[in-house]
Design a protein around this ligand. Structure first.
Ligand SMILES: Cc1ncc(COP(=O)(O)O)c(C=O)c1O
Ligand SMILES: N[C@@H](CCOP(=O)(O)O)C(=O)O
Length: 470
């Protein structure tokens, strides 16, 4: 399998090179040259099989000959084994035609663990093969950072540098990153928003000499390997609910558009998905884009679902590439307008193509609180505010006879204040994290300035290399 950039200028690469490149050299995002498909019989055979087995069959065509099949399956199984639930990503019913896909049973209690646990193993394998050292960077609005720190902590050949917007993640999310003592973990509290953090990461990738000198690799969903590792659970959930013999719809709490793009990939592979519903909080650039065709950034508003406090939704570029008939020059032009003027109009044809498959809805803070309380009253389940945003959007798109699955993306204990405000009590953290509040924090405060972050990364990378040489 080969990969092309959404901006059409970067070299065509295989899976392992895309994994290590993170972002394409032309600033675009890698996508497969063609979409692999699975037959109806093959999809039908997934029903009730273990998650790791389904994920192995879904991921394999994207990896091609780059990794031996048995080795890949072992890595997928080892990643799934870090989850506390025997079904890895179980499905729960909350209404006659509405289900939750629980993705938060991993070590850091958010859906990011599904992909990050595999990504770390893939990167590790590649570094062992080449004997190189890498600097793993990531921007986080709370969950990617924690998952990356957990997955890469203590790895001998990699430093992990995570940028988070200071004061804009929950205290549990922050502590999951800042209380990890391993020397290869560096957490930067940036004076800015998640969008500022993500822009700094992209700028670092654009500086070729810097990128090479520190062996930069990215763990955000701009890295294709993150997306592909999130496709398996769409197949697992849909086949458990009757696919491919019946259609299923999904609602996805959305920020950077990575998770819902994984659903789109599942659909392109042959999974019969009726609709993909984009759910956002009041940072609703995607809802505005689908409704009016204008993709335009604004100020980021802090909410009780901080992981979705995002305006520049990176993976939307991958969907635009498809909607514009894989025209890299057109996508490049749109991205230049986004950078220079803060937005662009989506053409009529591409917009129509997007609307044919996606719907979108947003929830404000009061509605999110009300949804947490209502679901708790009706089912006794406690859901987190991101999941609640999803449930609210899903309820507006229920369709007779087509099961709706809302992705439950985080454990409620990551957001105790928001949950307590809705149901009157704060959920408890699982045993392994019960002393999180007592652990010592370690982080570096830094300006939202690419040069300052690059200087920090360079310094860490040199120190780690000379330590390794001793
Ligand atoms: C809990 C939670 N829900 C939803 C999202 C949105 O996912 P995506 O950025 O892939 O759209 C995030 C962050 O990415 C998250 O951490
Ligand atoms: N919501 C994310 C933001 C980064 O998204 P990613 O999926 O591109 O890594 C977070 O919690 O950090």
């Amino acid at each position: 399998m080969k990969y092309v950039s959404t901006r059409g200028e970067a070299p065509v690469l295989g899976f392992s090179d895309v994994l290590m490149a993170g972002l394409a050299a032309d600033g675009g995002l890698y996508v497969p040259e063609q979409w692999p498909t699975l037959s109806e019989a093959e999809i039908a055979s997934f029903a009730y099989r273990p998650y790791a087995e389904i994920a192995g069959r879904v991921i394999a065509p994207f990896v091609g000959d780059d990794i031996d099949g048995d080795q890949l399956n072992e890595m997928i199984a080892a990643a799934a084994a870090t989850f506390r639930h025997p079904a890895t990503t179980p499905v729960t019913q909350i209404a006659p035609n509405h289900f939750l896909l629980e993705l938060f049973h991993g070590p850091t209690l958010a859906f990011k663990d599904v992909a990050m646990q595999l990504l770390a193993r893939l990167v590790d394998r590649k570094l062992a093969e080449t004997g190189e050292r890498a600097t793993i960077v990531g921007a986080t609005s709370g969950d990617t950072g924690a998952a990356a720190v957990e997955a890469f902590r203590g790895r001998p050949n990699a430093d992990v540098v995570i940028l988070f917007p200071e004061g804009r993640v929950s205290p549990v999310q922050r502590r999951q990153m800042t209380t990890v003592a391993d020397e290869n973990v560096h957490v930067l509290a940036v004076e800015g928003t998640f969008d500022d953090c993500q822009a700094i990461v992209k700028d670092m990738f654009a500086h070729e000499a810097f990128r090479r000198s520190v062996g930069l690799t990215g763990v955000n969903s701009i890295n294709w390997a993150r997306i592909v590792a999130q496709v398996g659970y769409y197949f697992a959930a849909a086949t458990a609910l009757g696919a491919p013999h019946r259609e299923v719809s999904f609602t996805v709490p959305t920020g950077n558009f990575g998770d819902i793009f994984a659903g789109y990939v599942a659909k392109r592979m042959g999974l019969p998905i009726r609709r993909l519903v984009i759910a956002t909080n009041v940072n609703d650039i995607l809802v505005r884009a689908l409704t009016g065709g204008d993709y335009r950034t604004g100020a980021v508003t802090p909410t009780s679902s901080p992981s979705m406090d995002i305006q520049v939704s990176s993976n939307f570029e991958r969907l635009l590439f498809e909607a514009y008939g894989r025209d890299g020059a057109a996508v490049s032009g749109l991205m230049a307008r986004l950078k220079q003027g803060g937005g662009f109009e989506i053409g009529d044809g591409p917009l129509e193509r997007i609307r044919a498959e996606f719907s979108a809805a947003s929830s404000d803070e009061a509605a999110t609180r009300e949804t947490i309380a209502r679901i708790h009253r009706a089912t006794d389940l406690v859901i987190d505010p991101h999941t609640a945003v999803g449930v609210g959007a899903a309820e507006a798109h229920l369709d007779d006879g087509v099961p709706m699955v809302t992705l439950s993306t985080a454990h409620p204990a990551k957001f105790p204040d928001a949950v307590e405000a809705a149901i009157g009590r704060a959920p408890l953290l699982p045993e392994a994290l019960s002393d999180l509040g007592d652990r010592t924090e370690r982080m570096t405060r830094i300006a939202a300035d690419t040069a300052a972050v690059e200087a920090f990364v360079l310094d860490r990378s040199r120190a780690a290399s000379s330590e390794a040489a001793r």
